[in-house]
Design a protein around this ligand. Structure first.
Ligand SMILES: [Zn+2]
Length: 190
């Protein structure tokens, strides 16, 4: 048994093959036959913002083909000083690696800035008001929301509101939502 995990092997394999279309069996081989490679790809995409394309993203790829488009960001999550790595990980995990104000994740391009989303840890109750650096007082925020630059309420959107927005959107946007839901709620089982 190797000490290097399947995810790390997939990471290294992808980095060695930037810009080349990769077949799923190559990923299986790279991960020593691990069948979980699709989950690992999803994690790299959603949690670390790696630009990995599949047939869901472009008609140039067939099912089972993947492409790491360009060198991934070195670090997509910027951390506040003084917060332990364990606490950061707990907050980000609890918040699903999603900005708690606007809902963007590190895989997204912020439509306001045109830049890749980076997550920060923000205080719910400000430090100057006695807010502590503990799990219950921290949340994931994108750079823009962390700077207070987005006009979004803290309330979670309701289902009927979400549906109304999806119905108003164009077909490409609706398809992107559908693909995301499939990734989130399964289907592939990978
Ligand atoms: Zn945000």
């Amino acid at each position: 048994m190797s000490r290097v995990g399947a995810k790390e092997k997939i990471r290294q394999f992808l980095l060695a093959n930037i810009g080349r279309v990769i077949e799923s069996r190559e990923l299986e081989t790279a991960a020593d036959g691990a069948v979980q490679y699709s989950r690992r790809l999803r994690e790299l995409r959603e949690q670390e913002g790696w630009p990995i394309l599949s047939h869901n993203d472009t008609t140039d790829l067939k099912p089972g083909q993947y492409l790491l488009k360009e060198r991934p960001p070195e670090k997509t999550v910027a951390f506040a000083r003084g917060i332990s790595a364990k606490l950061r990980a707990e907050v980000l995990d609890r918040n699903g690696f999603t900005c708690q104000m606007c809902g963007l994740t590190p895989g997204d391009i912020d439509p306001g800035t045109g830049r890749k989303v980076r997550l920060h840890l923000g205080h719910i109750k400000d430090k100057s008001l006695g807010g502590k650096e503990e799990l219950s007082n921290l949340r994931a925020l994108c750079s823009t929301c962390n700077q207070g630059a987005k006009n979004v309420t803290g309330e979670k959107p309701t289902g009927i509101w979400l549906l109304s927005q999806i119905r108003r959107a164009g077909q490409d946007e609706q398809r992107a939502v559908f693909d995301w839901l499939k990734t989130k709620f399964g289907g592939s089982g990978g």
